[in-house]
Design a protein around this ligand. Sequence first.
Ligand code: KIV
Ligand code: ZN
Length: 375
Amino acid sequence: MIALFSEKIRFFDTTLRDGEQTPGVSLKPAEKLQIATMLADLGIATIEAGSAAASEGEREAIALIADAGLGAEVATFVRALPGDIDDAVACGVDCVHLVVPVSDLHIQAKLRKTRDAVCTMAWEAVEYAKDHGLVVELSGEDASRADQEFLAMLFAGGVERGADRLCFCDTVGLMTPELVAEQIPALLSAPLSIHCHDDLGLALANTIAALKAGATAAHVTVNGLGERAGNTALEELAVALEHLYGVETGLRIEKIYPLATTVSRLTNVPLPTNKAIVGEMAFTHESGIHAHGVLRDASTYEPLTPESVGRTRRIVLGKHSGSASVGAALKELGYHCTEVQHAEIVARVKALGDEGRRVTDADLMAIADSVTGVS
Ligand code: KIV
Ligand code: ZN
């Protein structure tokens, strides 16, 4: 293993804020608490529970989570407005994720303000939040398209006024690992988080590049939920850091799958079947060569054990199945066949698969019964 990361990586989970911004997703307070409890149990350091200024229901949910004593830091998203920070205080959170737009595009087109005005707003808001005893993570929205000298100056001013942490947002997923490696080192006037979006499928790679370049925390969401194409997936980052880079995340990774399925159910966002780590097919094998290999030694075709992420392996039958997987399934179902019967059963399984069917246990039993003369 190559050791590239200098310290323990903090996971800042934003499933309940950016993840909930997935179009069509709206979680009730009790549902948010259920997810927050599972996140804390997994070992997440900071849970961004929502956006306190957004609605009454949102404040209820954030207060519920802040009150629950989960053992994780609870944060809320706030703009650089005293009213938002008052809402955060009223909810009883530990931390504000204080976000200001930092690219000229966002400053001018969205806020219709100047860089100076944004600095003043951001710095006054940091002071206001610190006066109210909050941990402050000062976040630059659209940081990847900002003038990097301006961003470094805004961040340094925030740190002078008490910001505890900083965050670089690749808001529309335009970064590359090379650019990240270039830009992050100049921004480390305080511990820095990286917040990536997956618009071009690079969120995980960019997040890892930032952590290698000196960022110490990663913003993630369960199942990669989030605006548009989503955010860096918690499960992918955790497993990649542990298994590929030898980084001790401190997360109980075996709790990932139950969390993924709970989030999918409560948000009504189905897990793509071939999604890394948590998709239905991630530990499922059909082809004869693969199934045969896995039955002898699972590491032949699995990068990690399914149990390590709270799952079990599945061997399914279809036209690609071979004699070994059909034999294993028959044994599990209690059949003892002759060689000739076995060959006939394999042929019938493949024929069913050729019809475009996935062969279920019931199908296999019907075939085996008819071939062996039972029933
Ligand atoms: O992607 C982003 O820029 C964000 C900020 C609003 C924090 O989610
Ligand atoms: Zn975001």
